[in-house]
Design a binder for this molecule. Structure first.
Ligand code: ARG
Length: 702
């Protein structure tokens, strides 16, 4: 039996740590002793010779890592897929290994030149020959897996490595006799762990701890019931012993300095053929991206989404625009270990504006709503970007675009209707778009229109602070003025901080001068505003002197009480109880407002909507048709508003906390501007700027 096992090794005559291509080699350059390495290698060689026949390949000067024959290629039956090393430091080993395989009569398969695959270091056969586990993420490219499946006629299960210490599959994964599996789960992403768990029943899994993993316990040579490794903890020895395995330890510390141990130093060149050949589940698609790909960071985001989603990519084509105003275009091949992972990645790419270029574009998939308020599994989650779906051969524009909805499809006399709907609004009888086929989104691809001065170009990139605030304010003032004069719509969302920071008088001015067309907030801004108007304090703090007044903490409740007595804010204005402030100006100038309640509200004011669904609907109604939304220091209301606003609406978010600002400009829409500053100060600058502009503008247009 053991006679039938042949192993290929390469003596360490030229072994050395000469360069760094994995984390283990760091700090170890020229720190290994060839003498000691030779002793350790010989011990391993002797041990293995008692269980198998060991063949030798001639070591070559200048190729110090050639001792790691696991990386020569992957053998199955009489075929071998030769390695294509990722790092140039090892590529020179390829011809020597090729010669050896050819001399032995193997059929040698060569991968395309630029497709890395590091042999049995990254591809391990199930010991019953049922399938091949293939790793990717560091050294081998996912796209090599379909070749393995085709040439070796075997099912390939792709596993994604995520810890760079375990850069080869054989450093953290070792299939054993009888379907057992020795492995280090944290070295793999969640999806891969799930796949492992699906294929290997719990009683067959032997997960190891980090202490063993860093001693390369998974880098084991397994022949029948013997496992040969560098070192194992007592716990691991017992775990293996209990399952009928004999652990043979043989120190390989000199090779650990190069990131390898027992298994790396060997290549099994006799591998049984599996009985029932199957294919790889790897799926790929080509997508097209177009726009200001570099300026907007879109390519990076797309490639990141592919890798983070468990896929891999190949950029097939990249045409860079020559001038700043020119667009770029790219074709990217996306591969994923199976159809489900690919669908997930495709969903994200579509959100980034990518278009799938399959030979024939497939129609959107629909599934019926069978329970009111519940979408079918796998429904496509909408974004703020204009979206179209392919139904009956036509691209249908989705109405009511907003984030975090589903696309509901109904048939009407005019044809197919597609609409963004919140889950709660889905009705039985409607269909919902599922998966990612037949969906495309359009990103605004132009960069910001040329600003008045060069300094403004930074605004496209989001958040600004300090000195730049004045420049941003100048631009915002200009926009407000233009929108007002063209009969456009500006919506303001505001938090109580606006009042605390003394912004009230400025906001009042904006309302009086016709710059605000709807106000959105919560109970608090109204209460603070009314308290200030009636008692001169905001949450008990004297707004003139900036100090707490005695008994001031009761003021806000008294303010609430006064309004409750009147029945509403409007009635309080009518009855002369409320005579100034933001809410007063709104009522006086017929500016609609909506106050959305929350769990911490005192009172609340009679106007505050404590039914949140009602409040959301009310907000959505007031946002409709907005050209600009000015978000003033309220994370809660601003994010709420951001979610229901389609791309294309300019958003200005002002907050002293950069995190809030970043969160909103992260919408990825180039129309959003973040300003990190005190909101009171911002409003005062804005009013000043509008004053100046009025003069200018009046003169210019006169
Ligand atoms: N220094 C070698 C490299 O980084 C070590 C290879 C270890 N081999 C293995 N099958 N894990 O490529």
């Amino acid at each position: 039996m053991t006679d039938s096992v042949r192993i290929l090794m390469c003596a360490p005559s030229h072994y050395e740590v000469d360069y760094v291509i994995n984390p283990w080699m760091e700090g170890n350059i020229h720190r290994s002793s060839r003498e000691k390495a030779t002793v350790q290698w010989n011990q391993l060689y002797e041990v293995l010779k008692t269980y198998a026949t060991v063949d030798l390949v001639e070591p070559q000067p200048g190729w110090p890592d050639m001792v790691f024959t696991a990386n020569a290629g992957l053998v199955l039956g009489d075929a071998v897929v030769l390695s294509r090393f990722f790092h140039p430091e090892r590529q020179g080993e390829e011809p020597y290994f090729q010669q050896w395989f050819e001399a032995q009569g193997y059929k040698v398969y060569l991968l395309p030149k630029s497709l890395p695959f590091e042999g049995a270091g990254d591809a391990l056969l199930d010991r019953a020959g049922r399938w091949l586990w293939a790793g990717y993420g560091f050294r081998s490219e996912l796209d090599s897996h379909p070749y393995l499946a085709k040439w070796l006629d075997v099912e390939v299960l792709s596993l994604r490595l995520v810890d760079q210490r375990f850069y080869h599959l054989d450093t953290c994964f070792c299939p054993l006799t009888d379907g057992y599996l020795l492995y280090y789960p944290p070295a793999f992403d969640t999806y891969s762990n799930h796949l492992i768990e699906l294929r290997v029943p719990p009683e067959k899994r032997i997960p190891i701890a980090e202490v063993d993993a860093v001693n390369f316990a998974c880098n084991t040579v397994n022949i029948d019931r013997v496992v040969v490794m560098n070192q194992a903890s007592e716990g691991l020895k017992k775990a293996l012993g209990d399952r009928g395995f004999t652990v043979v330890e043989t120190p390989l510390t000199e090779f650990l300095k190069a990131g390898g141990a027992a298994k790396c130093l060997t290549l099994r060149v006799t591998e049984p053929r599996p009985e029932s050949p199957q294919a790889s589940t790897v799926q790929s698609r080509v997508v097209h991206l177009e726009g200001h790909l570099l300026d907007t960071g879109l390519v990076n985001r797309a490639l990141d989404a592919i890798v983070a989603g468990g896929g891999s990519f190949q950029v097939l084509n990249f045409r860079l625009g020559e001038q700043r105003q020119d667009q770029s275009a790219a074709e990217v091949k996306v591969s994923a270990p199976d159809a489900a992972v690919l669908a997930d990645i495709m969903g994200q790419l579509i959100d980034l504006g990518a278009v799938s270029i399959a030979e024939e574009v497939s129609e959107a998939n629909l599934a019926p709503v069978v329970q009111a308020g519940v979408a079918p599994d796998d429904f496509y989650v909408t974004t703020i970007y204009p979206t179209e779906v392919l139904i009956g051969g036509h691209w249908v524009k989705v109405q009511g675009q907003r984030m975090d909805g589903a696309i509901a499809i109904t048939q009407s006399a005019e044809g197919t209707l597609a609409r963004c709907k919140l889950l709660r609004d889905l009705a039985v009888g409607e269909s919902v778009v599922i998966g990612s086929d037949g969906i495309r989104t359009k990103r605004k691809t132009t960069t910001l229109k040329p600003a008045k001065t060069e300094e403004f170009s930074f605004m496209g990139a989001g958040v600004s602070s300090e000195r730049r605030v004045e420049l941003v304010v100048e631009q915002i003032a200009w926009d407000l003025r233009r929108i007002r004069d063209q009969g456009g719509k500006v919506v303001v969302t505001a938090g109580p901080v606006v009042i605390h920071t003394g912004g009230s008088e400025h906001l009042n001015r904006l309302i009086r001068d016709g710059y605000v067309h709807a106000l959105l907030g919560g109970n608090a801004i109204a209460v603070h505003d009314i308290e200030q108007s009636m008692m001169g304090t905001s949450l008990g703090v004297d707004m003139q002197r900036g100090v707490s007044v005695h008994g001031g903490h009761r003021h806000h409740l008294k303010a609430i009480n006064a309004i409750r007595r009147c029945g509403s804010i409007a009635k309080a204005v009518e009855q002369g109880v409320l005579r100034s402030g933001v809410m007063y100006e709104c009522v006086k100038h017929n500016i609609p407002f909506s106050l959305a309640g929350s769990i911490r509200d005192d009172g609340p004011l009679p106007d505050t909507k404590m039914d949140l669904l009602e409040a959301q609907a009310d907000y959505a109604r007031l946002i409709e048709g907005a050209d600009l939304i000015l978000m003033l220091s309220s994370m809660l209301h601003s994010i709420g508003v951001g979610n229901m606003t389609p791309a294309g609406v300019k958003m200005v978010c002002v907050d002293i906390n950069p995190a809030v600002v970043t969160k909103l400009s992260d919408r990825g829409s180039i129309e959003s501007i973040g300003v990190v500053t005190d909101v009171g100060l911002f409003l005062s600058l804005l009013v000043q700027q509008l004053n100046k502009l009025t003069g200018d503008y009046a003169q210019k247009s006169a």
